[in-house]
Design a protein around this ligand. Sequence first.
Ligand SMILES: Nc1ncnc2c1ncn2[C@@H]1O[C@H](COP(=O)(O)OP(=O)(O)OP(=O)(O)O)[C@@H](O)[C@H]1O
Ligand SMILES: [Mg+2]
Length: 282
Amino acid sequence: MRDVGTLLEALPYIREFHGKTVVIKIGGAAMTDAGLTDDFARDIVLLKYVGMNPIVVHGGGPEITSYMERLGMEVKFVNGLRVTDQAAIDVVKMVLVGKQNKDIVLSLKGHGQPAVGLCGDDGSLFQVRKRLAPDGEDIGFVGEIERVYVDVLNHIAEDYIPVIASVGSDENGQSYNVNADEAAGAVAAAMRAYKAVFLTDVEGWRADPDDPATKISQITALETSRRLATVSGGMRPKLEACVKAIQGGVHAAHIVDGRQQHSVLLELFTDEGIGTKITPSS
Ligand SMILES: Nc1ncnc2c1ncn2[C@@H]1O[C@H](COP(=O)(O)OP(=O)(O)OP(=O)(O)O)[C@@H](O)[C@H]1O
Ligand SMILES: [Mg+2]
């Protein structure tokens, strides 16, 4: 009976989400564990089969860091953004576009749903320009997304799950590393997605970064904007992306714990929800 109960609990959500686009960003811990990545892929395939239109955007910070360290390169962050010189952007492209993107595509394929991997250059998906750190510091080839051209996604999503690596280039052909949260937020806004879900390696946004008991379960985009200045590290670009997605018309942005198995399904299809939900208004 328990299994039937779970299905019945999911039914109103399945009905609500049918035909809707959901952007899911994966990064952090959920990508360093092969088992979790595979579980994630199965969850995404399930979303597709219940009639949703999932679009995956991925980062892969820990693995980029690990390859940079293996090559003896300096790893440095300013406000959660990776300082990226030309040698670093080469590693970013190799790891994100060459390896991780294809690993995710392969996992999705393994669960019965063909996927297409792309980065910001494919189908001219992203137009990127250089960005500076918030204090004006030059952090190298770190880009911000000026525009998303959704045409290629609309074509692919008809039949395949698009999997996007957060790399793009400017009009001169210079490549940039784009924060994957920012890319996911921009894609969600441009696609007028119904939901944006950010998987990470904490249980949600903590009011006190050091205290797991202070997880914020639900909050408005306005209140999130008000508190942004107090947030640091990788959570900062994630919250900015959530706010941007909501401002672009997304109904809700969720930050969930990618270390927990099936966190996407639990957040979307059960009454409790497990992470932090950011909504347009209370
Ligand atoms: N207030 C906060 N609440 C929760 N986590 C926070 C907070 N402030 C900073 N953090 C940090 O943000 C991290 C998550 O962002 P991070 O950029 O490291 O991972 P990610 O975005 O999931 O993955 P990737 O960057 O690889 O795409 C957490 O592990 C935590 O250390
Ligand atoms: Mg991050």
